[in-house]
Design a protein around this ligand. Structure first.
Ligand code: SF4
Length: 319
């Protein structure tokens, strides 16, 4: 049995205490189409330096994202706000779990400084889940958006939020801050929620996305799922219909990769052809944009995709 240790905090602490007692899950050999590029370029090092000197966390590192070399070379780092410790314990996720520290009131200014230093045209801000806070961290999200607007007014802002489950009024606070793109991931099909996303509710997440559009019809909405967790094609197609019923504009689909042997197992590697087929089908269902490939992640190529999203809406309005 392997216990996952993280030595960054005082004394060795299990990174996922709730998973430490679980039996190891089987690991499948990665197929040829899952290629991870090694980092090490000058630009990569510069991105890391800006992240470190501003004392920030990134989901790129915390989630062990396979695209980090490519993204950081282009200075595209996705900031993860409100600490490095999540109050949920999803079985797919590599972010540390446990009791988080208090919110850092200076973090919005540091995020904004980093965005300006990186010279980003488009930034993605995500967070850990903060069920311990009365508003789930909604005001902190708004503070970060406002700080970026002041410091880097030309940068477009995409947020990837938790579900704010049972936090009355939280969503409204975030929408009021007017991010350009509101992303909330469904992560998987409803039948797998208990196993993969036990602290969340599928229909709550769906309703959250629908509510964003009701509050601000001009705001782009986006959601993503991982495949390879045991879902079948029909379930994925149903999920697409559910998202379209909630007026979601942009869908991302990527291969689930198992962070450690204590996490949910990869049931299968979905082929690139199947990803293309998902993309074609999703487009016929009316999404403005679909990104579907083995290494697609919520924030992968987010800047370019935002431009495509805007162009697709313009075309739709003009037609
Ligand atoms: S895909 Fe997103 S999370 Fe992964 S390295 Fe790129 S910006 Fe970071």
């Amino acid at each position: 049995m392997v216990t996952i240790l993280d030595t960054r905090k005082a004394g060795p602490q299990p990174r996922h205490p709730e998973k430490a007692h679980r039996p190891d899950t089987p690991v499948q050999k990665k197929p040829s189409w899952i290629r991870v590029k090694a980092g090490g370029s000058k630009e990569y090092a510069r991105t890391r330096e800006i992240v470190r000197t501003n004392g920030l966390n990134t989901v790129c590192e915390e989630a062990g994202c396979p695209n980090i070399a490519e993204c950081w070379e282009k200075r595209h780092a996705t900031m993860m706000i409100m600490g490095d410790t999540c109050t949920r314990a999803c079985s797919f996720c590599n972010v540390r779990t446990g009791l988080p520290d208090a919110l850092d009131a200076n973090e919005p200014a540091r995020v904004a400084d980093a965005v300006a230093q990186l010279g980003l045209e488009h930034v993605v801000i995500t967070s850990v889940d903060r069920d311990d806070l009365p508003d789930g961290g909604a005001q902190h999200f708004a503070d970060v958006i406002n700080a970026i607007r002041r410091q880097a007014p030309k940068t477009t802002i995409e947020i990837l939020t938790p579900d704010f489950l049972r936090k009355e009024g939280a969503l409204e606070i975030v929408v009021e801050a007017k991010p350009d793109v509101f992303n909330h991931n469904l992560e998987t099909v409803p039948g797998l929620y208990l196993k993969i996303r036990p602290g969340a509710r599928y229909f709550h997440s769906l309703r959250l996305l629908q509510r964003v559009k009701e509050l601000d019809p001009a705001m782009f909405t986006k959601s993503g799922i991982m495949v390879g967790l045991g879902e079948d094609r029909e379930q994925v197609l149903q999920l697409m219909d559910d998202l379209r019923s909630a007026n979601v504009d942009f869908l991302t689909i990527g291969q689930y990769l198992q962070p450690t042997r204590k996490h949910a197992e990869v049931k299968r590697y979905v082929t690139p052809e199947e990803f293309s087929s998902f993309e074609r089908t999703a487009r016929t269902k009316g999404f403005l944009l679909v990104s579907s490939s083995p290494l697609t992640r919520s924030s992968y190529h987010a800047g370019e995709d935002f431009e495509r999203l805007r162009a697709a809406r313009q075309q739709q309005l003009g037609s």
